[in-house]
Design a protein around this ligand. Structure first.
Ligand SMILES: [Ca+2]
Length: 341
């Protein structure tokens, strides 16, 4: 029965966000969570078998030399490294079928260090992520607390200020960031979720990223009809191009390019914090009808921590994606033929 629930849920999760299908998706996932909960010591068994502590790695990147491995509890690995507690720290958490040394993590790391003198730390949980999605999804419950232990270690042993810590995650990595926020003793300044994964995730806040996980949580939704969550999950939720179904320029695809656009947009915002201005709105339909508030916010690195609610914007079809200041006077005319620049 368990595999059937997973398959049915994934099928439903890929469906449209509306009506009876929407309700059916929630019901199936709620039952999935109930089943997981009634299996005695399920998490302890998995933890015992796979031992997350030995399979989650933290690698430091700075402008001052080669990468260095940091180990929870081994303070000398930090004090003897190029880590500088007086600088801001960005912690990157990759998603399913990714690792700390490729795609999301490396592109983000390069973008940060090109523009800023930060401590950038990648979390590698590839021992769990290169697996069946259902298995990787369960593993986030063991990876998240490891990230929490790591942050607590930096705060308690290295005197890092939690206000200088920002955790960024893509897809399942966004939920790992949320679970880290749930489990750590301190409250970090910010968590950013880039298209947090949808399949098998719908449930209460302890199963996913939500606004209680950090002082400020911002979310970029790019594939709400495929792989990403569709409901607002942070203090500020951004829906470029309505959040989907496909992002402009991705062509006809199953959602992978669209899913990755979340961090492609973010990377561009590191280089230009005012590239993606968005307007607070109730829905994509209201945005297209120019029926929005006057409240504006920048999506990505330059977001105001005071931003609250749902924000909408358009992008170009290829880099540079950002269209800069939003054209509030005529959103509808910017449409699907956004300039390619
Ligand atoms: Ca949470």
């Amino acid at each position: 029965m368990f595999p059937c629930v997973i398959i049915v849920t994934m099928l439903l999760s890929s469906g449209a966000d509306a009506g009876i299908l929407d309700k059916g998706r929630d019901v199936v996932v709620q039952w999935y969570h109930r089943i997981v909960r009634v299996i005695p010591s399920w998490d302890r068994i998995v933890m015992y078998l796979f031992n997350a502590e030995r399979h989650v790695f933290f690698t430091l990147y700075t402008r001052n030399g080669p990468s260095q491995t940091l180990v929870i509890g081994e303070t000398n690995t930090v004090t003897n490294s190029n880590f500088n507690r007086n600088k801001k720290t960005k912690i990157l958490v990759h998603g399913w079928l990714n690792a700390g040394d490729n795609f999301f993590s490396q592109l983000m790391k390069d973008a940060f260090l090109e523009s800023h003198d930060y401590n950038v730390i990648t979390v590698d949980w590839s021992w769990f992520s290169y697996s069946l999605y259902s298995y990787s999804r369960i593993a986030i419950h063991f990876v998240g607390p490891q990230v929490a232990k790591f942050v607590d270690f930096l705060v308690e042993e290295v005197d890092v200020n939690p206000d200088d810590v920002h955790i960024l995650g893509h897809s399942l990595g966004a939920h790992i960031a949320g679970l880290a926020g749930d489990n750590m003793k301190c409250n970090v300044s910010r968590i950013t979720g880039m298209d947090p994964a949808m399949p098998l995730i719908v449930g209460d806040s302890s199963y996913r990223l939500d606004s209680s996980d950090a002082k400020f949580v911002d979310v970029i939704h790019t594939s709400i009809y495929y792989l990403g969550v569709y409901k607002p999950t942070g203090h500020a939720d951004f829906y470029p191009n309505g959040g989907g179904p496909l992002q402009p320029g991705c062509g006809v695809e199953i959602g992978v390019c669209t899913h990755r656009r979340s961090y492609r947009y973010y990377i561009e915002s590191i280089q230009n914090e005012k590239a993606f201005q968005a307007v607070k709105c109730n829905s994509w339909g209201d945005f297209k009808s120019n029926n929005c508030s006057d409240e504006l916010a920048y999506m990505g690195e330059g977001v105001s921590h005071e931003a609250r609610g749902k924000f909408y914007l358009r992008t170009a079809t290829k880099p540079p994606y950002g269209l800069g200041e939003i054209a509030q006077a005529d959103n509808s005319s910017a449409t699907d033929a956004a300039p390619t620049q």
